[in-house]
Design a protein around this ligand. Sequence first.
Ligand SMILES: [Zn+2]
Length: 305
Amino acid sequence: MNVFICIDLGGTNIRGTWMDNSGNSGRIIVLARPKIQEGTREALAVIIEEISRDCPQSVKRVGLASAGPMDITRGVYLDPTNMPELKGFDLKSFITRDLGYELVLENDAQAAALGEVFRGCLAGRKDALVFTLGTGLGSGVIINQSIWRGRLPAGPELGHLYLGPGRKVRCGCGQTGCAETWLNASALMDLAINNKVNIKSLREFDAYLLKNDDRALKTMRQYGRRLGLYLSQVVSVFGITCIGLSGGLSRLGPYFTESAREVLAHRLNRRQWLIPDTICCSPDPEMSALWGMCALMIHDSGSMV
Ligand SMILES: [Zn+2]
């Protein structure tokens, strides 16, 4: 049996566990990530040590998913938008030379996309477009159960498709009008506030939805229409009609997918074959990228760095 260490390194936390090729996994360990490079190294060393102690057998390979941009072939962070302190961090040397493990590296949204077709809401599907709705808008294009990258080492970045003017917030990429700025958590927060939902954070928003508050439900319909418009663009490009949603906002899927479907049906009414047959939400968004790293290592399809 092959056992792997799977890690998701995010802006706030480092999360990890062991998984094997029979579907078994260990307990999930979560550590706060210190916002300095040295602290991140220490936290990584601690979590890897703890997971390997937990493991039923010795393990030699670590799969790590993280927000980019990273140079996946060299194993080095470039200039991460939401983790500037990790610029230039040489993960490859750290994990392979200092800690003594083999390393497989992947962008977190792409790992999450693969994870959803491996063990998540799209288990068994061959082709899918999966979007991670959270602080940003991550994307993964899955073709034949593999991450499709086009001719780019890091694959397409569908969060930066232009979704029109009218939203002045600047995207992490430096532009305005990116889909990410229309569909991420702060976009939803702004919609809620515009609709006079009195919240300080999105966690408070759920309580309004549970009460069926009109303003909160209206916010969800508006968000769903934006998402539907966006999905009508991406399905037209890729011709893939199976859509998965992960990330923190996917928990709200039951409130917004219906409006997204209405817009899709309208936009694509003369091209019905492009209307998604499936739009589903991850059963556990915090596991998506970990499942994906496991899938990459089982199939030996991740690039070892
Ligand atoms: Zn952008």
